[in-house]
Every structure is written in structure tokens, then in C-alpha cells.
Design a binder for this molecule. Structure first.
Ligand code: SAH
Length: 244
């Protein structure tokens, strides 16, 4: 008896931006394994009939490690359960969806991926910032800001990134914002390049901070900017509009 695992993207926040397919599989799941990124509005609609596993707060305080999450998915699917692994945005853009798929397939578990709208594009978009624009940017690079560019070996080529003519979108970059900005300037990016940091995009308490590359680290710290936030660097930021 084998079940199936659905790797599902919830979209960037709010029910309106979740796909029909995501809703469908959530509503008939036996088990839903989620973290907090999908946000309150979506988490409040998870069916009470399903076994709900908060991967960020398992058994009152223990955070499930990645290998524990993967083992749990495999175990539940093998016992015949229909499991939804619910992730913010798109399941294959950061958030380790690709790794989870590999583990599941290696264990012989059936997998279906349900794409979601990614915060990397939707969050800037909803404050009037298109990640590409014929006049300002013909390419966009999406990267993780998780690594401190000044510490040891980085998987990212900051010298190359500093010379990009397009837009740079950084996820998980709040903690390292100041060092990232400093590193880009050091490698030749113009200090006046506009940067937008959009915290809790598409949520009621969304907040946007805009500044030049040389000032964004300090200003973000003064304003107490916190994750989750999408950072956008490039001339498209000049189109930012506070429409609320
Ligand atoms: N798979 C997700 C990204 C996971 S990494 C996606 O496609 O959107 C987690 C990071 O995504 C956060 O640290 C933050 O940088 C970003 N993020 C996700 N949702 C967000 C939101 N509503 N507002 C701002 N940032 C968000």
C-alpha cells in the first residue's frame, strides 16, 4: 500500500494567489506538513480532518530537521497516506523542494509537484516593480542571500553579480543585507543603484523600504527590517509605487 506526496506551492501569501490544484490536493490530504511561510490566511484554511504537522514547531518546540521531514514524508506515504508538503511560493525555488523530490523518488514514493506563484516575482510586482522591463532590465537573477559573501567560499560569484545589467532579486537576504550591499559596491556596482526591501509582501502588514545600495543596510537596520522579505536591486526599483 503506497500513498503519494504532493510538493505544493502555496503562492506568496493569501488565498487568492494559491492555485486551484493546490486547493484540491490540500482539501483531500490525509497529512499536511507545513511551515509558517504560507502565512496565516492559508494556514487557517487547512482541513481539520487532515493530520497537521507544523514542521517549524513540532511537538511544542522541536524544529523538524530536513532529514526528519523527509523521513516522515516517506513513512506516511508508505503507510498509504496522501501527504501534502506545503511550501511558500513555488516549491522548487529555494525551500528545498528539489531535494525532497529526489529523496521521495529514491525511496520509490510517487510524487506530484504543484507549482506556485513565487514571491521572487510576485512580491515586487505587487508594489509596482516589474523584475524585467524593456527600458530597465532584460534579465533577472534570483539568488539566496543566506550566505555571507565576506566569509569563506561562496557558491555565488559576487564580482559577476556586481556587473550584471539586469535586476537582482534576493530571497533570505535580510540578515546579510549590509554585507551583500557592501560586497556589490566593492566589486563595482554603482553606490546609487536603487534597492527595495519588501517585508511580508502581500500580507496586511506589508512594508517597503527603498534606498540606494550604499544606504540600504543602515536604513534597514534603523527601521528594524525583518524576514521574510524580498530584496530587489536595480533600475526597475524606480518604478516602485505605494498604491495602498
Ligand atoms: N519558495 C519560496 C521561497 C522560499 S525561501 C518562493 O518561491 O517564494 C524563503 C524566502 O522567500 C524568505 O526569506 C523571503 O525572502 C521570501 N518570501 C517568501 N514569501 C514572502 C513574502 N510574502 N514576503 C516577502 N518575502 C517572502
Amino acid at each position: 500500500m503506497t500513498g503519494k506526496v504532493y510538493l505544493v506551492g502555496s503562492g506568496p501569501g493569501g488565498l487568492g494567489l494559491m492555485t486551484f490544484r493546490a486547493r484540491e490536493v490540500i482539501d483531500r490530504a490525509d497529512v499536511i506538513m507545513y511551515d509558517q511561510l504560507p502565512g496565516e490566511e492559508i494556514l487557517a484554511t487547512l482541513p481539520a480532518t487532515a493530520e497537521l504537522v507544523d514542521c517549524g514547531k513540532f511537538g511544542s518546540h522541536h524544529i523538524l530537521e530536513q532529514d526528519e521531514i523527509e523521513a516522515m514524508m516517506v513513512g506516511k506515504a508508505r503507510s498509504g497516506k496522501c501527504v501534502v508538503r506545503l511550501k511558500g511560493g513555488d516549491p522548487f525555488l529555494f525551500g528545498r523542494g528539489g531535494e525532497e523530490m529526489e529523496t521521495l523518488l529514491a525511496a520509490g514514493v510517487a510524487v506530484e509537484v504543484v507549482p506556485g506563484i513565487t514571491s521572487a516575482i510576485a512580491v515586487p510586482e505587487c508594489v509596482g516593480i516589474p523584475v524585467t522591463h524593456r527600458k530597465y532590465a532584460s534579465q533577472v537573477t534570483i539568488l539566496t542571500g543566506h550566505e555571507d559573501p565576506t566569509k569563506g567560499e561562496s557558491a555565488l560569484n559576487w564580482a559577476w553579480l556586481a556587473k550584471t545589467t539586469g535586476t537582482i532579486v534576493i530571497l533570505m537576504g535580510v540578515k546579510n543585507l549590509a554585507v551583500i550591499a557592501g560586497s556589490l559596491i566593492e566589486h563595482g556596482m554603482a553606490a546609487a543603484t536603487p534597492v527595495a526591501v519588501i517585508e511580508r509582501g502581500l500580507r496586511p502588514d506589508q512594508r517597503v523600504t527603498v534606498a540606494g545600495l550604499d544606504a540600504i543596510g543602515r536604513i534597514a537596520q534603523e527601521r528594524g527590517v525583518r524576514a521574510p522579505a524580498v530584496i530587489v536591486i536595480g533600475d526597475v526599483v524606480s518604478l516602485y509605487k505605494d498604491t495602498r
